[in-house]
Design a protein around this ligand. Structure first.
Ligand code: HBI
Ligand code: FE
Length: 285
């Protein structure tokens, strides 16, 4: 956050606030610029075309932290989404309700210069740079809404752990196979300098074909790069997988053991089996 620390503006019942855009300091905008330029140098040839087109279409650029209202005007015209500012992580039900109504909750604050490479909670760079460009893609935009609708349902069925894994391994850390090769679409990767290279180039992680039930059984890492990435063939594949009612899936999942983040299981489509070398002995969640 800015120095001196900004006061978070008053919050509404749905956790939204007005983005205090005029309060960002020159140092805040400089952090954005640095993060943006690092990724701009890396992502051509690594990020999927839909992401790069979305960035351009939104006019998200190096010049500074974007104004959410300006982005929302373009998003609304393109896919009917808008961005709402929030203080940070919001409760699951609030998060799902926003997505189900085509509102993307984005943190308004930006990390400090000494936290360029790792933050514990999403900031405006992760949320806007990482997530929002793909909301310009009509199919991905529909997937995100379907996820929000599914979230409200999963909560009522006690299956949030399973559904949250789907978000993690697709929206946050997904890879996509294209005619030009493997590309990134997951926002957790796209907003990370280290993982933008690691996820595609390192021999360490597994790269497995997308499989809805398999993913919903798989634990993940929150403190290191992922041990496994799941690869989709298209956003249509992703959206189609989320079309059916998950109730029978959740019933079956209750009788299936969880898989560790680095496991390779019978039936996996193994695009690349990782060496799994180099992870500290920390736990999956
Ligand atoms: N809140 N702002 C914000 N951003 C998220 O990505 C988010 C959240 N609340 C809950 C949540 N994600 C996840 O735990 C759910 O997808 C399960
Ligand atoms: Fe995220």
């Amino acid at each position: 956050m800015g120095q001196p620390a900004l006061v978070t503006p008053p919050q509404r019942a749905d956790y939204t606030i007005d983005q205090p855009w005029n309060d960002y300091t020159a140092a805040d905008h400089q952090v954005w610029r640095t993060l943006f330029e690092r990724q701009a140098a890396l992502l051509p040839g690594r990020a999927c075309n839909e992401f790069l087109a979305g960035l351009t279409g939104l006019g998200v650029a190096a010049d500074g932290i974007p104004n959410f209202e300006r982005l929302s005007e373009i998003l609304l015209k393109t896919t009917g989404w808008r961005i709402v500012a929030v203080p940070g992580l919001v409760p699951d039900d609030v998060f799902f309700d926003h997505l189900a109504n085509r509102r993307f909750p984005a943190a308004w604050w930006i990390r400090k210069p000494e936290e360029m490479d790792y933050i514990e909670e999403p900031d405006v760079f992760h949320d806007i740079y990482g997530h929002v460009p793909l909301l310009m893609d009509p199919v991905f935009a529909d997937y995100m809404q379907a996820y929000g609708q599914g979230g409200l349902k999963a909560q009522s069925l006690g299956a949030l752990t399973n559904l949250a894994r789907l978000y993690w391994y697709t929206v946050e850390f997904g890879l996509i196979r294209t005619a030009e090769g493997l590309r990134i679409y997951g926002s957790g990767i796209l907003s990370s300098k280290g993982e933008s290279v690691f996820s595609l180039d390192s021999p360490a992680p597994n790269r497995l074909g997308f499989d809805l039930m398999r993913i919903m059984r798989t634990k993940y890492r929150i403190d290191t790069f992922q041990k496994s990435y799941f690869v989709i063939d298209s956003f249509a594949q992703l959206f189609d997988a989320t079309r059916p009612d998950f109730t029978p899936h959740y019933e079956r999942l209750k009788n299936l053991p969880d898989l560790g983040s680095g496991d390779v299981a019978p039936g996996d489509v193994v695009l690349q089996r990782g060496t799994l070398e180099g992870w500290a002995d920390t736990a999956d969640v």
